[in-house]
Design a binder for this molecule. Structure first.
Ligand code: PSU
Ligand code: MN
Length: 314
C-alpha cells in the first residue's frame, strides 16, 4: 500500500478493512470517524447503536465509513463487530490525541482516537472528509489554564475537512473562532448565518462564511485544495431543531459543571469527558441523546458532501 505522503512510516502500521481498501483503490467517497466518541463520549449501549447508525447512514449516501481505532499497536481503519464491541465496552481504553499516537503504537497498546488523532490517520491515507459531533476548542478561562484542544491545531495541518455541529458550548466559542482564524483554517457554515454550538443552532457568533448549497461548498473545498492551502476546512452544520437544546437552560448547567470540575481538580485531557458526563446527568440524558443524533446527522451530511465532491472531481 502506498501512503499518500510516501513518508517513512511503514504501511504495516495500518490494518485496513476490505471495504475501505477497495474504496481507497477505487477512489470512492470515504468519510472517516473517530473512536473516542465510543469510549469517552457516549455510554453503552448508545455508543454501539450510534456508530452502527452512523456507518449505515454513510453507506446509504453512497460513501464508505472509515472508523479509526488503535488496537494492539496497529491503526485499524474500518470497523468490524468485534472492535466496535471492544471499544464500546472496555472502560480502560485510553483517549489518544495526535501527540500520543507514536507512543501507543510503539508500545503496542490500544487507544481511542480523538478528532486530532483521527485527522492525522485520515490524512496519511488521503481521506478528505471526517465527521464528528463537535470539534474540540479553546476552553473557557484558557487564559489561565492554556487548555486549547489539539483538534484546532491538527485541522490546520491535515488535508482532511471536518463536518461537525460547531464546537460544544462548554467552550469559549469566540476564542475558538479567533484561534481558527489565526491558524488560517477556513470556517464555513451550511445554511446558517450563525455559527452553531453543538447542542444549539446559534452560538451567539456570526458565521465567518455561510454557504447555501452543497455544490458551492464542494467547489470551495476544491479551490482550497488547488490553492495548495495546507490544512482542512471546518464545515459547521447546525443541529436540527428537534435535536437542539434550550441554550438558556444549558447555561447554568454548564456553569455548574465547569465549577465542579475545578473543585474536583479535573484537568487536561479529562476535562471534556467530566463536563459532558455532568451535563448528561443534569439533563437526564438529553445531552447524550442530542449528541448521538447530531453524530448521525453529521455523518449523513458528510457522506453527501464526500460523494458530491468525488462526482465533481471526475
Ligand atoms: N465531543 C463530544 N464528546 C467528546 C469529544 C467531543 O461531545 O468526547 C471528544 C472528541 O474526541 C474531541 C475531544 O476530539 O473530545 C477533544 O478533547 P480535548 O478538549 O481534551 O482536546
Ligand atoms: Mn485539553
Amino acid at each position: 500500500m502506498i501512503l499518500k505522503k510516501g513518508n517513512s512510516i511503514k504501511s504495516d502500521i495500518f490494518v485496513i478493512s476490505e471495504e475501505v481498501r477497495n474504496a481507497l483503490s477505487e477512489n470512492k467517497a470515504i468519510v472517516s470517524l473517530e473512536s473516542n466518541v465510543l469510549t469517552h463520549g457516549l455510554r453503552y449501549p448508545l455508543n454501539i447503536e450510534t456508530i452502527l447508525k452512523m456507518e449505515s447512514s454513510i453507506r446509504a449516501k453512497g460513501a464508505v465509513p472509515a472508523t479509526i481505532y488503535i488496537d494492539n499497536g496497529k491503526i485499524v481503519v474500518g470497523s468490524n463487530l468485534s472492535i466496535i464491541e471492544k471499544f464500546s465496552n472496555d472502560q480502560s481504553i485510553v483517549k489518544v490525541s495526535s501527540r500520543d499516537i507514536g507512543s501507543i503504537l510503539a508500545k503496542k497498546e490500544s487507544g481511542a482516537t480523538t478528532v486530532s488523532a483521527s485527522l492525522v490517520c485520515s490524512d496519511m491515507l488521503g481521506i478528505e472528509f471526517f465527521s464528528s459531533a463537535g470539534l474540540g476548542g479553546v476552553h473557557r478561562e484558557a487564559s489561565q489554564t492554556f487548555d486549547i484542544s489539539s483538534d484546532l491545531v491538527q485541522i490546520s495541518r491535515c488535508n482532511t475537512n471536518i463536518i461537525c455541529a460547531g464546537v460544544k458550548n462548554i467552550l469559549d466559542i469566540g476564542l475558538t473562532l479567533e484561534f481558527l482564524e489565526t491558524h488560517c483554517v477556513p470556517v464555513l457554515t451550511y445554511q446558517s448565518e450563525k455559527f452553531p454550538a453543538f447542542f444549539c443552532q446559534d452560538s451567539g457568533f456570526k458565521s465567518p462564511c455561510n454557504i447555501e448549497d452543497i455544490n458551492t461548498l464542494c467547489r470551495i473545498l476544491m479551490m482550497n485544495k488547488n490553492l495548495n492551502l495546507k490544512g482542512g476546512s471546518v464545515i459547521a452544520v447546525p443541529p436540527l431543531l428537534s435535536d437542539s437544546l434550550d441554550s438558556e437552560l444549558l447555561k447554568d448547567i454548564i456553569r455548574l459543571a465547569i465549577e465542579k470540575s475545578k473543585e474536583e481538580n479535573v484537568s487536561g485531557k479529562n476535562v471534556t469527558k467530566f463536563i459532558m458526563r455532568e451535563l448528561e446527568e443534569k439533563t437526564s440524558g438529553m445531552t447524550s441523546k442530542a449528541n448521538a443524533n447530531v453524530l448521525i446527522s453529521n455523518a449523513t451530511f458528510a457522506a453527501e458532501i464526500a460523494y458530491k465532491y468525488k462526482e465533481l472531481n471526475k
